[in-house]
Design a protein around this ligand. Structure first.
Ligand code: PEP
Length: 247
């Protein structure tokens, strides 16, 4: 099958106020010349302004979470419809920081993904093992089980991207060996193809965890790596565009 255009997604986490939008503006100004797709996921408070800034560019804006319900008595939460209304086209779901800090289980991740689909958003669904799980030789089994339970029926190559993010590689400067990424992405592809057929074969599989301009080309050369989910190096246009240029 033909490899899809790579997707480079930036997760700003709880960083950035209005002044940081200049970085997204700079990314958008360069995006036309790139051969990959760019999605930036800033805080909820910046989504509407960011979406306005990138309106006539190839850059897309995403959120970092959504609620599973369309509306209701959920103080402080944000629905997928609200994100779409604010101009988002994507939403990160099940990031390890949310799985850990808010005890988000796979079933909840799947429910949020369904909510995203109903709102017309593309879900970037995150999975990944802890260091203890990898040391115990359970990384492949754990991640495939997460994938199986975190994806709802109805996931397609258009509405879903998967981000494999080993918890021990996020924000640490540590990156798995290329063979470890290759083994994991092959296992994920096999699972997705078995469950979703052609759609599973085309779903984009991102790698995330300490991706930088300096290691991006090597990571993108690994089979079944269709892009990256980038945290720290997505905050500055120069760093993020350095990664995008390697895609
Ligand atoms: C992330 O949080 O999704 C991530 C990959 O972070 P970093 O790139 O900073 O390791």
């Amino acid at each position: 099958h033909t490899a899809p255009r790579k997707l480079i997604a930036g997760n700003w986490k709880m960083n950035g106020v209005g002044a940081a939008l200049a970085e997204i503006e700079a990314m958008a100004a360069a995006a036309e010349r790139l051969s990959c797709d760019l999605v930036l996921c800033p805080a909820f408070t910046l989504i509407e302004r960011a979406a306005g800034l990138v309106r006539d560019t190839p850059v897309r804006i995403g959120a970092q979470d959504c609620h599973a319900q369309p509306a209701g008595a959920f103080t402080g939460d944000i629905s997928a419809d609200m994100l779409a209304d604010a101009g988002a086209s994507h939403v990160i779901i099940g990031h390890s920081e949310r799985r850990m800090a808010y005890a988000e289980a796979n079933e909840q991740v799947a429910a949020k993904a369904l909510a995203a689909y109903r709102a017309g958003l593309t879900a970037i669904i995150c999975v990944g093992e802890t260091e203890a799980q990898r040391d115990a030789g359970r990384a492949l089994d754990i991640v495939v089980a997460q994938l199986s339970a975190s994806l709802p029926d109805g996931a397609t190559a258009a509405n879903t991207a998967i981000a494999y993010e080993p918890v021990w590689a996020i924000g640490t400067g540590r990156v798995p060996a290329e063979a470890q990424i290759a083994d994991m992405h092959a296992a994920m592809r096999q699972h997705l193809s078995a469950r979703f057929g052609m759609e599973g074969g085309q779903m984009r599989l991102l790698y995330g965890g300490s991706v930088k301009a300096a290691n991006a080309a090597d990571i993108f050369a690994v089979p079944h790596v269709d892009g990256a989910l980038v945290g720290g190096a997505s905050l500055k246009a120069a760093d993020f565009l350095g990664i995008a240029a390697a895609a």
